[in-house]
Write a protein that binds this ligand. Structure first.
Ligand SMILES: Nc1nc2c(ncn2[C@@H]2O[C@H](COP(=O)(O)OP(=O)(O)OP(=O)(O)O)[C@@H](O)[C@H]2O)c(=O)[nH]1
Ligand SMILES: [Mg+2]
Length: 636
């Protein structure tokens, strides 16, 4: 029987007294050991989290409260010896060589000494563990009692490891799916649809948490309108026309306004901006509320400008990272703002969700909720709180409606080619409902809420089919350019990739790089995913998304051939355009050298449409399941 020792036995022994140095490694047959890094627990933890490849699957940190230790079973090489640099205190806690039979720490040391006498003579651990020569009966009794206690703790740790291992086996994902695509392609919305389909109760429960995001989306849409009608924006639009054209997006600016037009513009602008002034403060407040974070990592808003590479430095999260937090992305393009609406928090920034903390908890209105209604269990009461954002919104409801319905404003938006329906403009049509005091978000509201993803978010669910159960994990990634370096670690053992390409975006440019057309970026991104060697055996499912917006855009008279010269004089209707774009993607796929071992499935989607998307998701699910069964030789 192999004896295992608990770290507590050695916790008060320093490496100095052991004479242990970082070159120390257990002899080859003693290939397994526990070690404890007393000197620099943070470093030990960092190593465990940032270099998981160097740890065995059973590695753990913080299993014992007083410090950190890991388990290593690399034959002949103890991880501890190499991973902590001097003057780290590394303690080897336990040797469990396969040939050694030992019943106590004492025996183990002796057994170790006997088996490897030459090494053990100079072995610092053996020296320390050997009982003193002049041990009194009381000391011996105490030592044995200590050892007995240590063994109990050690056994309980082993038991815990066994339980966790069984648990891990149970929760190990059978199927992993990765959602890829550029920013705003609809990945998070697709993830929400998966949640809605597989965890409707949780989705429903969490709807209330989205209230603040929806409010913020609405307030920002209003701000965008005010920016568009601001007199200086008018001037800017004339100044920047040439620049816009250089970015291959054709923006034909309006003719310069005459004096009368200018007076109207100024009056209109002043009228609306003064009535909507409270929204400025509300926007800042919502941003602050959403960026509150109870986690270790700093996601709070800085007092001044953020470090430009902040988002680029976003750590790659492990695939188990699940809980997102909010932060403000200052990488987004700044937009021209009127002086009255300028604020250090909101200028040019987009609300993002990061995978580090529980943002839903952080800004869920549960904090303010006072009770649940007995019959429905629905949460009630936030409107009784005078600080709740709903009161400012309710106050500004009328001018917001007026602004949105004002034909002059609509014309201005048209002139400036601002299509709010492509972003959070959906809420502008719903102002009376959303600003009502007892507003509770619907499923559709949540699906349309825009929250940019940073890092990777995981959604796990189990699926029963017949008498078999499969565990699924879906990973939603940030699609902006500075987020894409985080994708690769997830390519390793993924079963399928759902790639989203927003085909309505042919006349738009990337937020992060206005010189790049969105459709072009999608095509290039798809090509690089399709030709990635790691993904050679991974089935690709292509969602040609935002078909509803494509239809609306074409119906409004926007011409594809103005942005995609190769389209030539083909018909500018939905059928022809969507088929043409699909062909472009297929061509790229066919050119990829990696296609012998996989398939491509293409769907036209509007992932905000729950009914259609759930059918597509079920279809996709069946395909992936079938492929997975085939791969595990259960079928065919
Ligand atoms: N009308 C319409 N809106 C859509 C569709 N798909 C997504 N959206 C909206 O587009 C916005 C962006 O969608 P997201 O799902 O957040 O995009 P994403 O790919 O996760 O973006 P990042 O997190 O930045 O990578 C959201 O407001 C969605 O509601 C669609 O098919 N039709
Ligand atoms: Mg997202």
């Amino acid at each position: 029987m192999t004896t295992k020792y608990t770290p507590s036995v050695f916790a008060n022994v320093s490496t100095e007294s052991l004479g242990c140095d970082t070159r120390y490694a257990p002899p080859a047959p003693f290939s397994q050991c526990w070690y404890l890094c007393l000197h620099d627990p943070t470093k030990a933890r960092e190593t465990a989290t940032s270099r998981p490849d160097r740890l065995s699957p059973r590695s753990r940190v913080q299993r014992v409260p007083f410090s950190h230790y890991k388990h290593c079973d690399y034959p002949g090489k103890c991880l501890g010896a190499g991973s902590c640099q001097p003057p780290s205190n590394i303690l080897f806690m336990q040797f469990a060589p396969p040939t050694l039979v030992a019943t106590s720490r004492h025996d183990c040391v002796h057994g170790y000494a006997q088996n490897t006498r030459r090494r053990s003579l100079s072995d610092p651990l053996a020296r320390v563990l050997r009982p003193p020569k002049d041990e009194t009966p009381e000391q011996r009794e105490r030592r044995l009692a200590d050892e007995h206690e240590a063994k109990k703790i050690s056994d309980s740790i082993d038991q815990q490891i066994r339980i966790e291992s069984a648990e891990r086996k149970k929760t190990k994902a059978d199927i992993k799916v990765l959602l890829l695509g550029q920013s705003e392609s609809g990945k998070s919305t697709t993830l929400k649809q998966f949640q809605l389909l597989h965890n409707p109760a949780t989705f429903s429960e969490e709807r209330v948490s989205w209230r603040s995001v929806i409010y913020l989306n609405l307030v920002r849409s209003v701000r965008r309108i005010l920016e568009a009608i601001a007199p200086e924006a008018e001037a800017d639009s004339h100044d920047t026309d040439s620049e816009s054209e250089a970015h291959s997006v054709i923006i034909v600016g309006p003719p310069p306004p005459d004096a009368e037009q200018q007076t109207t513009a100024l009056e209109k602008y002043e009228y609306y901006s003064s009535r909507l002034q409270p929204l400025e403060e509300l926007e800042e407040r919502l941003m602050r509320l959403l960026s509150e974070d109870d986690e270790e990592e700093a996601t709070h808003l800085p007092s001044g400008a953020q470090h430009p590479s902040w988002t680029a430095l976003t750590p790659v999260r492990s695939p188990t990272a699940q809980r997102p937090s909010i932060h403000i992305d200052t990488q987004a393009q700044p937009s021209p703002l009127s002086p009255t609406l300028r604020s250090p928090l909101s200028r040019g920034s987009e609300l993002s969700v990061r995978t580090t903390s529980n943002w839903k908890k952080a800004f869920s209105l549960n904090r303010k909720l006072k009770s649940t209604s007995p019959g429905t269990n629905e949460l009630v009461g936030w409107w009784e709180d005078p600080d709740d954002p709903v009161h400012v919104l309710a106050k500004c409801s009328r001018p917001m409606i007026e602004l949105w319905r004002d034909q002059w404003v609509q014309n201005k938006l048209k002139e400036r080619r601002i299509r709010l329906e492509e972003s959070s403009g959906f809420y502008l049509n719903e102002i009376p409902r959303i600003t009502a005091k007892m507003y509770f978000p619907t499923n559709e509201d949540v699906l349309k809420a825009r929250l940019k993803t940073l890092g990777v978010i995981e959604h796990a669910f189990a699926l029963n089919h017949g008498n078999k159960k499969t565990n699924w994990k879906i990973y939603d990634v940030g699609g902006a350019r500075n987020q894409r370096q985080a994708w690769a670690p997830y390519f390793q053992d993924v079963n399928a990739i759902i790639f989203l390409a927003p085909i309505s975006a042919f006349d738009q440019v990337l937020d992060e790089d206005p010189s790049v057309n969105r459709l072009e970026d999608s095509l290039l991104l798809f090509r690089s995913v399709a030709s990635n060697k790691l993904l050679g055996h991974v089935n690709l499912i292509l969602f040609l998304n935002k078909c509803d917006l494509l239809k609306a855009k074409l119906d409004a008279g926007v011409k594809l051939n103005q942005y995609l010269l190769t389209y030539g004089d083909r018909a500018n209707d939905y059928e022809t355009v969507s088929r043409y774009i699909k062909q472009r993607f297929l061509l790229l796929y066919q050119q990829s050298p990696q296609n012998s071992d996989r398939d491509l499935y293409v769907h036209y989607t509007s992932v905000t449409d729950t009914r259609r998307t759930s059918t597509i998701i079920q279809n996709v699910r069946d395909i992936i399941l079938r492929q997975n069964l085939q791969a595990s030789h259960l079928l065919v």
